[in-house]
Design a binder for this molecule. Structure first.
Ligand SMILES: Nc1ncnc2c1ncn2[C@@H]1O[C@H](COP(=O)(O)OP(=O)(O)OP(=O)(O)O)[C@@H](O)[C@H]1O
Ligand SMILES: [Mg+2]
Length: 422
């Protein structure tokens, strides 16, 4: 059967055909009520991409993100072993991917698919396991980080401190001293703040922030290895949802994402050098950090258009230089207009469910205007009113397709609740 392939250029199409692609959707032909689904749409998962996944509330972003993770897990072993996946789960909804989607069994049959669960690795903050145990949410691993892996800017951004404020200056002084120590704990940082010269207000203020940081549940003396979080063929679901209950929830989430992004990129740059020299020598030692995909829900919170978070610079690095070392991003948001301009303009693939705000539609129009026959809003207007309907903009082929995302094989825990029980 004829298939549409997005995200793969012609030379790769010739060389690899449909290898290393995932079945995510069907093409929609006809408009509004007349519309029906036809040709399968497959997405390239073998090369690095920056994918924007947009759509207003409840249109299917988180659901579609799960589809893409499923397809990564369904890749044949020889391809999958070269890829590592991490999902930044801001709502705590992806643990349900382990369970088959029996509730949509009928719909799946229509699409020639069956319900099935996936062996994703649900990873939660080390200090917050009690919450998961109390809520009976299963998890497979915990993560934590060493306080010494954070630089002055990381702390300042997570504490929402201006570096030239009194507290900010104190922070810089203390961090300069800590740097010589190598590995250190938050208690040791606090001890050093006490010894430092400065007003009591600034010292108490900074100590207080560190005491709060200890409650985030992400710090430990040993810290997780990035090689446990990103493993060949593994999809890690990193649940950051419980930080919303901690003070400054989004800054903690950004701190975690920023540090991971930085470590993964560095490890991939190193791995790429080794891969190159192995391929020159004709050897393959393996054991390197795999090509990595990071999928981020609510991405505008991490990489906002205005202002900075602790994740902004590391993610912008992915966006700017990630192609060569092989790191890919999927950025999902309700509000593309609130996402950093650079991230929007570097998207080579956009999957957008319906958008209605003119600002959001305009931010899309800027990307791939040149080859569109009509304004983007016309394409949205013509979509049928079904869940999962979207348009795909493919910069590789310079084409736009109306599509419907396929139903999920694994359970989606993110739908809205209804008061009527069946
Ligand atoms: N492709 C699809 N096929 C069938 N149903 C779908 C599809 N996509 C989404 N849905 C339905 O729509 C509901 C809402 O989707 P989802 O949770 O992904 O919304 P969202 O865009 O992430 O919303 P929010 O912005 O509020 O996070 C899902 O629970 C599911 O029932
Ligand atoms: Mg969502």
């Amino acid at each position: 059967m004829h298939e549409i392939l997005i995200g793969r250029d012609l030379s790769d199409q010739k060389k690899y055909g449909m290898k290393g692609t995932g079945y995510i959707a069907k093409h929609i032909v006809g408009q509004k009520n007349e519309a029906h689904v036809t040709t399968p749409v497959k997405i390239d998962l073998a090369r690095p991409h920056i994918i924007g996944l947009f759509g207003k509330r409840g249109q299917g972003k988180s659901y579609s993100m799960g589809n893409i993770v499923e397809e990564m897990m369904l890749l044949p072993e020889d391809i999958k072993k070269n890829i590592g996946v991490i999902v930044i789960d801001t709502m705590g909804i992806y643990w349900s991917m382990k369970t088959p989607n029996e509730k949509d069994a009928e719909l799946l049959t229509e699409w020639g698919l069956k319900p099935r669960g996936f062996d994703v690795k649900v990873t939660v903050p080390k200090g917050l396991t009690k919450i998961y145990n109390d809520d009976a949410i299963p998890f497979d691993a915990t993560f934590s980080m060493k306080p010494s892996t954070l630089g002055t800017d990381d702390w300042a951004l997570s504490f929402n401190l201006e570096l030239d404020s009194e507290m900010g200056i104190l922070l810089q002084k203390v961090m300069r001293q800590m740097r010589d120590k190598g590995n250190y704990t938050i208690d040791e940082i606090i001890e050093n703040i006490k010894k430092e010269e400065g007003s009591d207000v600034a010292k108490d203020g900074l100590i207080n922030r560190y005491l709060v940081a200890q409650e985030w549940g992400i710090f430990s003396d040993d810290g997780s290895s990035i090689h446990d979080i990103i493993k060949p063929g593994q999809a890690t679901i990193l649940d950051v949802s419980h930080f919303s209950q901690a003070s400054g929830g989004w800054s903690v989430k950004s701190l975690v994402v920023g540090l991971l992004a930085r470590h993964i990129l560095n490890a991939r740059i190193k791995a790429r050098r080794m891969e190159e020299s192995e391929s020159m020598e004709g050897t393959s030692k393996g054991g390197h950090m795999p090509i990595t995909w990071m999928l981020i829900d609510e991405a505008h919170q991490f990489l906002p258009r205005e202002g900075m978070t602790a994740a902004s610079l590391p993610l912008l690095q992915w966006v700017k230089i990630g192609r060569e070392p092989g790191v890919s991003l999927l950025l999902a948001t309700q509000m593309p207009n609130k996402l950093h301009q650079e991230a929007i303009s570097q998207c080579d693939l956009v999957i957008s469910h319906r958008l209605t705000s003119s600002k959001d539609i305009d931010s899309l129009s800027q990307i791939m205007q040149s080859y569109l026959k009509y304004g983007i809003s016309d394409y949205f207007d013509n979509l049928p009113r079904v869940k999962g309907a979207a348009i795909i903009l493919d910069d590789n082929s310079e084409r736009l397709y109306p599509i419907r995302m396929r139903p999920r094989m694994s359970w989606h825990a993110g739908g809205s609740p209804i008061a009527i029980k069946e």
